[in-house]
Write a protein that binds this ligand. Structure first.
Ligand code: ARG
Length: 595
């Protein structure tokens, strides 16, 4: 379905051409003075220069013809030469009705040529618990993936597990001290290793911090951990077997955590999966003359003439031949290209890694790891801060575990839901339902609180504000959806039926305004994808929810006597609900039945 602004622009363009002006002047935009008009065209201002006429003369000429056009209920020229437009109610209703017929898509067409887009997000580290720093990547990445799928692209999410660092050596070392009798530590052992992991997830989560602490205090311990890491990375059998246990236990737990966040990944690849690609990649970089030894390390220069700040060379191998975080990311590009030939790879990572990714991307391009037509995009997000403006911490000042954060918000939400129920008459929500609902609403509070900000900005995680039922919050959006659901239930429950009824021309300004907001859906979604900007979806649904609530407060929907009018209202409500639900779905949350 065409975008409403395009339809309007087409009409206005026709008139410009009829009057003898170039078509390019007919472009219409949303009004920046909604108190005066709904749409505006500033073409006469620009045309004035080319045609050496006063702008208002051109605007007048065009307006005179547009007044007669059935698409507009108002077309006015205003000095010095603007065109102010309002759409005819019937025409708008017709557009909105067509959106409704286009079930599930609401006028947003799928792209004609779908692209394969890989999205690297999540980035959890094996054996380390998820903390709030991983929250943003998961929330933003998931939403961008869903927006991309909605507009029709082939989106492949890869969790890119951090499973190749010193943390593995630390765990192995600690375990070897605690359970030296295990066959994994016996180099002479040739049999099969046990299928069962020698630890549970809670043990693993205790082993890692203990080992990490010890290594900071005890040099020999650290040496041992580094040695274990080295041996693991060079194929020691017992350690490899331990690695797969660590991975299994950890990944099961991570999947559970992500599921609670309504986040899922197409690929569960990790840094370790990139390792086999490193030797050939490095060899090729050397053969092609890109990689050279500097201070013992193997590097590739990535600075460019136009740089305004110093971009250091990309280090490929350390002087001891060990690979780095860089090397892994580069080798990951190699398998991603080989296996998926993506048109684009998007990285949703903390913006403090921006310089690092600049180096990686340049190195990948320069050395030909990535096809020239494949885009590499870094989507850096800002820090989630506490109310004090500093990175979010626990009350004790430690790093907040994601699970704890989520259960804290769940608790807060449950309190609010119970309070809210008290203000209502039929207090029939069971404790169990209240708990389930609290979870659903809490997730919306967290995700909307995050996504409604531009990703690159830091934001303040304010539990009170995020969980409020009023204002620009997730719970407010859900509350609006629940309100619509309840009206629809009452309406259909009373035996009435609006199925197939037409949406009539708006009967009031608030109703028209609701339709105007609805009609922006397709343009908004495409734009949110193009700019990888979930916050655009948030501001759209906030405006839409506000428009709905004004309509709701300004009109008597349930007591409307004219049945045709009432049916039209109900149809409009159904569309509003569906559009809101589709929008929150791409943001990665859903609405409860009641709250
Ligand atoms: N595991 C890393 C961390 O916790 C994030 C990984 C980001 N993605 C990447 N391709 N480097 O900081």
């Amino acid at each position: 379905m065409k975008k409403i602004l395009d339809l309007i622009s087409e009409e206005v363009t026709k008139v410009f051409v009829e009057c003898g002006y170039d078509a390019k002047y007919g472009k219409v935009t949303l009004s920046n003075r909604p108190d005066l008009c709904e749409y505006q065209c500033n073409g006469a201002m620009a045309a004035a220069k080319e045609y050496k006429k006063a702008p208002f003369m051109i605007a007048d000429e065009v307006a005179e013809k547009l007044v007669k056009n059935p698409m507009f209920s108002m077309a006015e020229s205003v000095k010095p030469g603007f065109l102010n437009l309002k759409i005819e109610e019937a025409c708008l209703a017709d557009y909105v009705a067509k959106m409704q017929e286009d079930e599930g898509r609401f006028g947003c067409e799928k792209v004609k040529e779908p692209k394969t887009i890989m999205i690297d997000y999540g980035g959890p580290n094996v054996a380390k618990p998820l903390h709030v720093g991983h929250l943003r990547s998961a929330i933003i990445g998931e939403s961008i993936k869903r927006i991309g799928k909605f507009v029709g692209h082939n989106m492949i999410g890869d969790v890119h597990l951090g499973d190749w660092g010193l943390q593995m050596g630390l765990i192995i070392t600690e375990l070897s001290l605690r359970k030296p009798e295990l066959p994994y530590f016996d180099e002479a052992y040739e049999g099969e290793y046990p299928a069962e992991a020698p630890f549970t997830i809670s043990e693993l989560e205790e082993i890692y911090p203990t080992a990490s602490k010890k290594s900071k205090e005890d040099e020999a311990y650290k040496e041992a951990a580094m040695q274990a890491t080295f041996e693991l990375q060079h194929g020691r059998r017992g350690y490899q077997a331990l690695l797969s246990h660590i991975l299994n236990v950890s990944v099961t737990d991570l999947k559970r955590n992500y599921k609670n966040l309504n986040v899922s990944f197409e690929l569960w690849k990790g840094e370790s999966d990139a390792q086999p690609y490193i030797p050939d990649m490095v060899q090729k970089m050397k053969n092609d003359g890109f990689a050279y030894i500097s201070d013992g390390a193997l590097v590739v220069d990535v600075k460019e003439e136009t740089d305004t700040k110093e971009i250091p060379p990309c280090m490929i191998l350390k002087s001891d031949g060990a690979s780095l975080y860089n090397t892994t990311d580069l080798a990951t590009i190699v398998w991603r290209m080989e296996d998926y030939h993506p048109d684009q790879i998007i990285y949703v990572v903390d913006k403090r890694q921006e310089l690092y990714f600049t180096q990686v991307f340049r190195c990948a391009r320069k050395t030909g790891l990535v096809a020239p037509e494949t885009g590499l995009k870094f989507l850096g997000f800002g820090t989630m801060n506490g109310k004090d403006g500093k990175p979010f911490k626990t009350r004790e000042g430690g790093v907040m575990r994601l699970e704890h954060l989520v259960s804290e918000i769940n608790g807060e939400m449950l309190k609010k839901i119970v309070e809210n129920q008290k203000t209502k008459e039929n207090l029939d929500i069971s404790e169990e339902e209240a708990k389930e609902t609290a979870k659903v609403v809490a997730l919306a509070a967290i995700k909307y609180g995050d996504l409604s900000n531009q990703a690159s900005k830091d934001y303040i995680f304010d539990i009170d504000r995020f969980t409020s039922f009023e204002g620009n919050t997730g719970p407010y959006i859900l509350y609006t959806i629940v309100r619509i659901k309840s009206i629809l239930n009452k309406y259909y429950g009373s035996g009435k039926n609006a199925r197939g009824a037409v949406i009539e021309a708006a009967h009031s300004d608030s109703e028209k305004n609701l339709m105007l907001e609805l009609s922006k859906f397709n343009a908004m979604m495409e734009n949110a994808f193009e700019e990888t900007a979930p916050h655009k979806v948030c501001s759209y649904i906030y405006d839409l929810a506000n428009a709905f609530n004004s309509f709701y407060h300004g009109n008597k929907i349930m007591t409307e006597e004219n049945e045709t009018v009432q049916k039209s209202y109900i149809r409009l409500l159904e569309l509003t609900k569906a559009v809101l639900e589709t929008s929150i779905d791409v943001l990665g949350f859903s609405a409860p039945e009641r709250m």
